[in-house]
Design a protein around this ligand. Structure first.
Ligand code: GLU
Length: 416
């Protein structure tokens, strides 16, 4: 299984190995969970607008299907590779199990530079990639969703391509679709809402004063909505960033105005004529709450010691390396691991899939209420296990997730 081995995959395996030791996991189950069950590598050739043909590498990895069909996003990014996709698929398994969703974990991606591609090129890429992974996906098999640089439109193209092959409309093949083609109200904001909700719950467990401060790295779907809800919750958001860099105002940023600014300009840079700052420096600001909501592996053993936050909520998947994790724990930082903090997206994906299958749609209030309930329940479970077993939140969250998958595996046995 060496083909998966890159830094991110080894980090995901290390986290599992640690938790397996802590919970005395059956060695056979542990061994099975260390690798994905299925991985597909495909060539995705498309015609560029300039008439040239280009071949991109695409991946879809299913980690485990003990609890149900597999679920997880598709990302378009220049750093996508097999190891990263396999790690992300493994994290989806723990995330779905922790939230008690009837899913296993999967992830997909295409290695490309989406910022440099036209909408027409993106459409051809999404459709051809769907065609190449068609045998793996389906509403009862494996259900993709948006991730980095994919969105509702991408999901509509995937749904359309799949439906054309099947011969009738199959909305349940993907989640995170536009509402007009079977998407769910509340899905677009669900991940950021969930991140802000878990931060609110963490703040109730500790005393950080009346108006705690926050910095958010990444201003895409997750970071921007997290900032929006933190602001509404009374948190002073002092710094945010995107790929081009960050902005900082110690007195607090006007988040509603910033959201409009970004909708117009496509970047946070230049807002209120603030000086831009480096993405790395943002992580080290003296704030109460830090939300890395962009790339993986941004907090490492080289900068963990310099972080000043008291709460770190992982909006992104895997932003903290295992070495950095240890340093932050020694410093007493309250980490809300990604499999909990950013689970709001897949929770509402689950609601969308259920609505599609039932052909019966819910109001936005119903969606948000159920989301808050599931996030709150998972947060309390993680907190209680961490207190009872005297372990950090990530270990507690994984013990719950891995434990649920392991129980299902034991009951189902090993085929044949
Ligand atoms: N890509 C998101 C995640 O990492 C959402 C996955 C989904 O909704 O299936 O959790």
């Amino acid at each position: 299984m060496q083909e998966f081995y890159n830094e991110t995959f080894l980090n995901a395996q290390k986290q599992l190995d640690h938790v397996a030791r802590m919970m005395n996991l059956d060695t056979g189950i542990h061994e099975r969970l260390r690798y994905p069950r299925k991985a597909l590598i495909v060539s995705v050739p498309i015609k560029l607008d300039n008439g040239q043909t280009r071949v991109y590498s695409g991946y879809r990895v299913q980690h485990d299907q003990s609890l149900g069909p597999t679920k997880g996003g598709i990302r378009f990014h220049h750093e996508v590779n097999l190891g990263e996709v396999a790690a992300l698929a493994m994290w989806m398994t723990w995330k779905c199990a922790l939230l008690n969703l009837p899913y296993g974990g999967a992830k997909g991606g295409v290695c490309c530079f989406p910022e440099e591609m036209s909408t027409a090129e993106m459409e051809r890429l999404a459709r051809r990639y769907t065609t190449e992974i068609l045998s793996m996906i389906g509403p009862e098999k494996d259900i993709p969703a948006p991730d980095m640089y994919t969105n509702e439109q991408t999901m509509a193209w995937i749904m359309d391509t799949y439906s054309n092959f099947i011969g009738y409309a199959v909305p349940g093949v993907v989640t995170g679709k536009p509402v007009a083609v079977g998407g769910s109200l509340g899905r677009r904001e669900a991940t950021g809402r969930g991140v802000a909700h878990t931060i609110k719950m963490a703040l109730e467990k500790m005393d950080l004063g009346d108006r705690p401060t926050a910095a958010v790295q990444g201003f895409g779907n997750v970071g921007s909505i997290t900032a929006k809800y933190l602001d509404l919750q009374g948190v002073k958001v002092v710094a945010v960033s995107d790929v081009q860099g960050g902005i900082h105002n110690p007195n607090g940023l006007d988040i509603p105005r910033l959201l409009n600014y970004v909708a117009d300009r496509g970047t946070v840079i230049g807002f209120d004529d603030l000086d831009s700052m480096d993405n790395k420096d943002l992580l080290e600001l003296d704030v109460d709450i830090l939300v890395p909501a962009a790339l993986a592996n941004v907090v490492t053993e080289h900068n963990a010691d310099k972080l000043k936050c008291k709460i770190l909520a992982e909006g992104a998947n895997g932003p903290v390396t295992p070495e950095a994790d240890k340093i932050l724990q020694e410093k007493g930082v309250f980490i809300i691991p990604g499999i909990l903090a950013n689970a709001g997206g897949v929770v509402v994906s689950y609601f969308e899939w259920v609505q599609d299958i039932q052909h019966l749609f819910w109001t936005e209030d119903q969606v948000n209420e159920k989301l808050a309930y599931l996030m709150g329940r998972a947060f309390e479970e993680v907190y209680n296990v961490s207190q009872a077993k005297k372990v950090d939140n990530r270990t507690a969250a994984m013990m719950i997730g891995v434990g649920r998958v392991a129980s299902a595996k034991i009951l189902r046995g090993l085929y044949p």
